[in-house]
Design a protein around this ligand. Structure first.
Ligand code: ATR
Length: 284
């Protein structure tokens, strides 16, 4: 299908630095075309020194919405008119909607992750979850899992004090969800419904952040890495017959949730998934 740009075409995009590796433009453009929306989604490489003027540009050029990626997710917050409670809890924004000049920021990463768990038929409510890592991705996932009423969340990180700090922050913020920092050895001894890898281990090396043999009980595994599609951690899960997912679902559903935030319309999930898989295919 050819893209017809008219005087009424709405402009969306993504702010990042660098931005050339993003999968969002093909995924969101496929979505706009599928629902016959007169809209286009473009990459905007925004140097950190230019972030304030780029945000002003959203207003002056009446750009309808953007995604925000590394390194701007935290720094962009003060420039916005309103930030949703979820994004404030995470402390980062990945999606902005321009409501007639009023810029509203939200974060769809955690919700995208929780939606991806549907593939495992896994519901966080009342569950016990182990998370490997304590960076930005962990924050968004932690908030979404707590908002979905997970009961216990155990954090393990190479740099233990980062996990400790996160646990202290979130344990008091979500009284119904207990968040605790533990060592990997302590985690192995627990009964875990879902283990999540948010570290980069397995992305560019042939390493695994945990040995699944050592778990006392482990029912599901999720790795947020999507390339390679099967990390050593996921290979081990498959060998042990533990149901597991990679990060493609999180990438897809954060995009679907952004689409919904902008358009108030359900995203054409399967079209977006097919586009993503086609892009990822050469790497898989
Ligand atoms: P993101 O925003 O994607 O979460 P990040 O904030 O850079 O990225 O966090 C990366 C995570 O991967 C951190 O938890 C990091 O552990 P440290 O806090 O100790 O740095 C983890 N990580 C990266 N490389 C690792 C490695 N080789 N072994 C174990 N953990 C690693």
């Amino acid at each position: 299908m050819t893209l017809l740009i008219t005087g009424e075409t709405q402009i969306y995009g993504i702010f990042g630095y660098p931005v050339k590796h993003t999968f969002s433009p093909p995924m969101q453009n496929a979505a706009f075309q599928a629902v016959h929306r007169n809209a286009v989604y473009l990459p905007f490489e925004v140097h950190p020194d230019q972030l304030a003027t780029a945000v002003e540009g959203l207003r002056s050029l009446q750009i309808a919405g953007v995604n925000v990626t590394v390194p701007h997710k935290i720094e962009i917050i003060p420039y916005l008119d309103h930030v949703t409670s979820t994004a404030l809890r995470i402390g980062a924004v990945n999606t902005i909607r321009n409501d007639a000049g009023r810029l509203i920021g939200t974060n769809t990463d955690g919700l995208g992750f929780v939606r991806s768990l549907e593939e495992l038929s896994f519901h966080p409510e009342g569950s016990t979850i182990g998370i490997l890592g304590a960076g930005g991705s962990t924050r968004s996932i932690l908030v979404a899992l707590a908002e979905a009423n997970a009961q216990f969340i155990y954090l393990v990180n190479r740099t233990a004090h980062r996990a400790q700090r996160l646990a202290e922050e979130f344990d008091t913020r979500f009284p119904d969800t207990q968040v605790q920092a533990v060592s990997l050895d302590q985690l192995y001894g627990l009964s875990i419904d879902l283990l999540i890898n948010t570290t980069t281990v397995g992305m560019k090396d042939d390493l695994s952040p945990a040995d699944l043999h050592r778990f006392h009980t482990l029912h599901h595994v999720a790795d947020i890495i999507y390339s390679p599609s099967q990390t050593p951690l996921l290979k081990q899960a498959e060998a042990l017959n533990i149901p597991a997912i990679n990060g493609i679902g999180m990438l897809l559903y954060q995009g679907c949730e952004a689409f919904r935030f902008w358009t108030n319309q359900t995203a054409p999930t399967e079209i977006m998934r097919a586009q993503l898989l086609q892009l990822l295919q050469p790497r898989i």
